[in-house]
Design a binder for this molecule. Structure first.
Ligand code: CS2
Length: 485
């Protein structure tokens, strides 16, 4: 049984200060924990959070309401040591997915002058941007809907814009928009989504958004597996925690934020948040080193028969491949401030992946590959090729991703592919095989920028990896890779 350190809350947040969109496990285990620590330290706080789910998980919202929005976060250092925190900083949980009253209540909260920051974790696809160009996809049916029904929007950019419009018309200063999703230059991307929509809706409003709204970038980091029945049972048995809204995560947590909050912000730095002038190097490092390795572990690991990140990193051949990727294919593409020890960061990541108290499923990471690959692997691969370096791990990852998106895993039944492009993948799988299938994937310009997919060195590397996989299987291929690297 682990040793449990319990951290009770000392108060509940008095006032609304932040509205959050995307009440998933990550928000509850990351941002809310920083705000809770802030509240515990000060004994009171004007930074209470109103948090909403936009499209999914109404059940969680109802569960939280039943327990007055109070829930627990179990931070596992390892199997032996756990910190169990009581979170009371959440003031209200909303489900805006049905449109109607709750959506209007959410918009009202966002337009309230006491709301000074709106934060988002709606995943990469929730911004409706092209992953390669970062432009708003105006033809997407959800965006078309929001333009036709601007006062009853469904998407995160639509909701943010409508709330900003209400403030604009009422003469209330704009809130700051803080994107907490894993995208490169995420503040700028969020600006592109909201400004792109504003330009299509009303040029005057667009100009106000452009001039008045701050979109600082930030890098967020904490491994938070999705909760499942097994995780709840473990909490009950090990920690005597009977909380159906609880979240389990690792003890590590990092938040680096660009310090640009015209209406003020909590003094987060006291809680260890790094407030910086330029967050981009940190974001790129995290995306390529951590998330890039995660995606490799996911697709390669699933094909090699593993289920969790811990299983995958415990496979010595795969672990070698990940270390090779970080040292040779990710680190050389980074431009970090001199005080950052990238090799040390890589070692720490391997230790975090090897945390055997987390059941972090590879299938969870494998979701939405079309939205994740460009920033995790492809921008770095372009730099490597420009420098005449090899991209063996990335090529193997892409081959494994194509395999995962089009075929059952070895010895398994066909699986669902959770990705906005899943219909396109199924169509390609039905029409092409082998090298032609790879070609058809590389032609997907929503994922692969043309400058990259046009390069013979890139195509050849992916084709070779795919053909090796088809002929020898992942296990043998990894052994060969490990023997040569
Ligand atoms: C993961 C991330 O699911 C995924 O794609 O790579 O959620 C990862 O766990 C977090 O970014 C860690 O901070």
């Amino acid at each position: 049984m682990p040793v449990v350190q319990r951290v009770p809350s000392v108060a509940t947040a008095a006032e609304i200060g932040i509205v959050h969109l995307g009440l998933g496990a990550f928000h509850r285990a990351h941002q809310a924990v920083y705000l809770q620590r802030h509240l515990n330290r000060h004994g009171e706080s004007p930074w209470g959070v109103y948090s909403a789910n936009l499209r999914s998980n109404r059940a969680l919202v109802e569960q939280l309401r039943e327990q007055q929005c109070r829930y627990s976060v179990a931070e596992y250092r390892d199997r032996e040591q756990v910190t169990l925190r009581d979170i009371t900083v959440l003031r209200e949980a909303l489900y805006a997915g049905d449109g109607g009253e709750e959506l209007q209540l959410l918009l009202q909260r966002m337009a309230d002058p006491r709301t000074r920051i709106v934060t988002l974790t709606v995943t990469e696809k929730g911004y409706y941007l092209s992953p390669t160009t970062g432009q708003l996809r105006l033809q997407d049916p959800a965006i078309v809907h929001d333009l036709a029904n601007p006062q009853a929007p469904r998407t995160a950019p639509g909701i943010v814009l409508e709330a900003l419009r209400r403030r604009y018309e009422a003469g209330i200063p704009a809130f700051t928009v803080l994107c907490c999703d894993n995208m490169p230059d995420n503040g700028q991307r969020t600006r592109q989504a909201v400004s792109g929509l504003a330009a299509a809706r009303d040029p005057e409003l667009a100009q106000w958004v452009e001039q008045q709204v701050a979109f600082p970038g930030c890098m967020v980091d904490r491994i938070v597996p999705a909760m499942d029945a097994q995780a709840f049972t473990r909490l009950e048995e090990q920690l005597d925690c009977h909380d159906r809204a609880a979240v389990v995560c690792e003890s590590f947590s990092q938040w680096v934020i660009e310090d640009h909050f015209p209406l003020g912000r909590p003094d987060w730095e006291v809680e260890g948040v790094q407030m910086v002038a330029d967050v981009r190097p940190f974001e790129t490092m995290k995306l390529r080193m951590l998330n890039g390795s995660h995606s490799l572990l996911a697709y390669i690991g699933l094909l090699a028969g593993h289920e969790t990140v811990f299983d995958a990193i415990s496979d010595p051949d795969l672990a070698r491949c990940i270390r090779h990727y970080m040292a040779r294919e990710a680190a050389p593409t980074l431009d970090m401030p001199p005080q950052i020890d990238v090799a040390g960061y890589a070692r720490d990541l391997c230790a975090r992946f090897a945390n055997d108290s987390l059941q972090h499923r590879l299938r969870q990471i494998a979701m939405d590959g079309s939205q994740k690959l460009p920033q995790r692997w492809l921008q770095g691969a372009q730099q490597l090729l420009d420098a005449g370096r090899s991209i063996d791990c990335v090529a193997l990852g892409i081959a494994a991703w194509i395999h995962y998106c089009t075929q059952p895993l070895p010895g398994a039944e066909p699986h669902g592919v959770d990705d906005p492009l899943s219909a396109t993948f199924a169509d390609i799988a039905g029409r092409f095989e082998g090298a032609q299938r790879v070609d058809a994937f590389l032609e997907l310009d929503q994922v692969f920028p043309i400058v990259l997919s046009a390069q013979p060195a890139f195509r050849d590397a992916v084709q070779r990896a795919y053909s090796a996989l088809e002929h020898t299987g992942m296990g043998v291929h990894l052994k060969t890779f490990a023997a040569h690297n």
